[in-house]
Design a protein around this ligand. Structure first.
Ligand code: FES
Length: 99
């Protein structure tokens, strides 16, 4: 079992359905672009199959869905480094539009 060393984690689902939707490349992009203090985790199913690739940022529980590898840099810059979730990319099932 992997020890959790940082308080911030990005879970990128690598289970079957998300893998079919290119989640391995999304994981690779997070590993490339994330700040070193953020732990990037290849997770098992996040329970949202078919809406993926699913990404969950902890501890704030911010969800992104249908993430493309090309979009990862925006999440790492604006959210992981800047502290502001990328509103337009949030998973609408769990995050309502603010207006
Ligand atoms: S396979 Fe990714 S959420 Fe279930």
């Amino acid at each position: 079992m992997k020890m959790i060393e940082s308080s911030r984690q990005v879970l990128v689902c690598q289970n079957r359905t998300c893998r079919k939707q290119n989640s391995a490349k999304v994981l690779a992009a997070f590993e490339k672009f994330s700040p070193s203090e953020v732990e990037v985790v290849a997770s098992s199913c996040l329970g949202q199959c078919g809406n993926g690739p699913m990404v969950l940022v902890l501890p704030e529980e911010v969800w992104y869905n249908a993430v493309c590898p090309e979009e990862v840099a925006a999440i790492t810059e604006q959210h992981l480094r800047g502290g502001k979730p990328v509103e337009k990319m949030l998973y609408r099932k769990f995050h309502r539009l603010s207006n």
